[in-house]
Design a protein around this ligand. Structure first.
Ligand code: CA
Ligand code: CA
Ligand code: CA
Ligand code: CA
Length: 465
């Protein structure tokens, strides 16, 4: 029994034959006298050969035989007439002479613990928005090509995707850099990430189940709409602003909020529910650049947690410039109606999908809450330590009232779950000589040779070494 990684240089497994005397054509062997021969075990059991037994062979040490990439198995037939010798030089006796269907009777060669050599996914390509698109809305959904990988027929799958959006072609001026197992071929952008009238470049990179990366795709560019929804520049969409006569006072200081809109305090009318939401930051060096109310339905229902079934006031989406890159920033959120008991702060991000932001601290009257987001880390969805916090979120409840409804993931979980495979091929009986097998086998694989008949009582078959 020999193996090779190139079909030319073979390493042979050790074998021993202590059968003391010649065996007639219809004779039998004592299996305790032999080792390392296909046929040591009776039919249906197979004879194991452990590749690690070859680790100290010169062919292996020299690199001529790569045990992590075995491609050929060669069985050498033993005639049994004392013309062959085992590893230590003993004469090998096997039933002889034989006639008619002489030779090893082989049922199968199998591989256990095989790990195929993984090939990186094919290079993906951007699809939509098409290259050089113009008048793109501020919350486009980026779409990339389907996953393609030479290992897909063997169970490999699309594990995650890295998305980059940049303001320059060198991708050094990034506005988003996320690696996501939930946004695989589509990325839904929140409306506060991009600016109006700006050209962006984007590209993607795919990862397979072994986290092997494709090359980066080519980049596409698009230019966002030049039409601003904030013509008065106060950081609130004009159609979501409080009426000038509004008496809404979410921060409960006796002053109508409409007269208090600053870089550190913004209030708007929601697009879900008939109410208002506001946010404030205490540090005068922190700027709430934008606050927009959105509908949670704009985001896909991906992630470990189901999308909230009910959000009393929809979501808010904001862009905050913190004082220093990497800062953790506390933000107070005000609600025009108290969050019912059991409602939690839900967030959506392109990496995790939907999740409950467990660090939100509700006030006792549940009309406000404090959340702390960290630039480039917890709760910041642009994936960058860039001084900017991007965050869609809202008070909501799961459809079954539990903290995280149990629902199937988005089909991307289970890394390493599909790597174990077994390759079985059947071969004609009476195989002798070289038998190339289209496979690659990792170190520590076991090769099983399954003789077709009970070897120790065979009358017409011979062992192979
Ligand atoms: Ca692969
Ligand atoms: Ca405005
Ligand atoms: Ca007020
Ligand atoms: Ca950031």
């Amino acid at each position: 029994m020999e193996v090779s990684s190139d079909g030319m240089t073979f390493a042979r497994f050790n074998n021993d034959s202590l059968t003391p005397n010649p065996v007639g054509g219809f004779g039998s062997l004592d299996p305790t006298d032999i080792d390392g021969f296909a046929g040591k075990y009776r039919q249906a059991y197979g004879t194991p050969f452990d590749l690690s037994d070859l680790a100290t062979r010169n062919e292996v040490i020299s690199g001529a035989v790569d045990l992590s990439a075995i491609t050929h198995v060669r069985l050498v037939d033993v005639v049994g007439d004392a013309s062959d010798f085992d590893t230590s030089g003993h004469v090998i006796y096997d039933p002889y002479p034989t006639n008619q269907s002489a030779g090893l009777d082989l049922d199968a060669v199998g591989v256990r613990y095989e790990s195929r050599v993984n090939v990186a996914p094919d290079q993906p390509f951007p699809v939509f928005p098409t290259d050089n698109a113009v008048n793109v809305p501020l919350n486009p959904t980026l779409t990339a090509s389907p996953f393609s990988d030479p290992d897909t027929p063997n169970g490999d799958f699309h594990y995650q995707t890295r998305w980059q959006i940049s303001e320059n072609t060198a991708f050094t001026d990034l506005v988003l850099d996320v690696t996501s197992p939930t946004s695989l071929t589509t990325l839904v952008l929140s409306a506060t990430l991009l600016q109006t009238g700006t050209t962006y470049f984007w590209r993607i990179q795919y990862f397979d189940s072994q986290n092997a990366a494709s090359g980066w795709s080519q980049s596409f560019s698009f230019t966002t709409t030049a039409t601003s929804n904030d013509t008065n520049g106060n950081g609130i969409p004009d159609d979501q602003e409080l009426d000038p006569s509004s008496t809404v006072d979410l921060n409960d200081d006796g002053i109508p909020d409409v007269d208090q809109i600053t870089d550190q305090y913004k209030v708007l009318n929601t697009v879900v529910g008939d109410g208002q939401v506001g946010i404030s930051v205490a540090n005068p060096n922190v700027v709430i650049e934008y606050l927009e109310a959105t509908d949670p339905d704009q985001f896909p229902d991906t992630g470990d947690t189901a999308a909230p079934q009910d959000t009393i006031l929809g979501l808010i989406d904001f862009r905050i410039r913190v004082q220093n890159s990497g800062d953790a920033q506390s933000i107070t959120v005000y609600l025009s109606e108290p969050a019912p008991s059991g409602y939690q702060w839900y967030k959506y991000g392109p990496v995790k999908g939907w999740y409950v932001f467990s660090d939100a601290v509700f006030s006792s009257d549940r009309r406000s809450l404090a959340i702390t987001l960290t630039d480039g880390d917890a709760g910041d969805t642009d994936g960058l330590t860039n001084g900017i916090l991007i965050d869609p979120g809202g008070a909501g409840t799961a459809d079954d009232g539990s903290e995280s409804a149990d629902k199937p993931k988005s089909g991307s979980s289970g890394i390493n779950g599909g790597s174990a495979m077994c390759f079985i091929t059947t071969a004609g009986s009476r195989v002798a000589g070289q038998m190339p097998i289209p496979m690659t086998i990792a170190a520590l694989a076991l090769l099983f040779i399954c003789p077709a008949v009970l070897r120790i009582r065979t009358r017409r078959c011979r062992h192979a070494k």
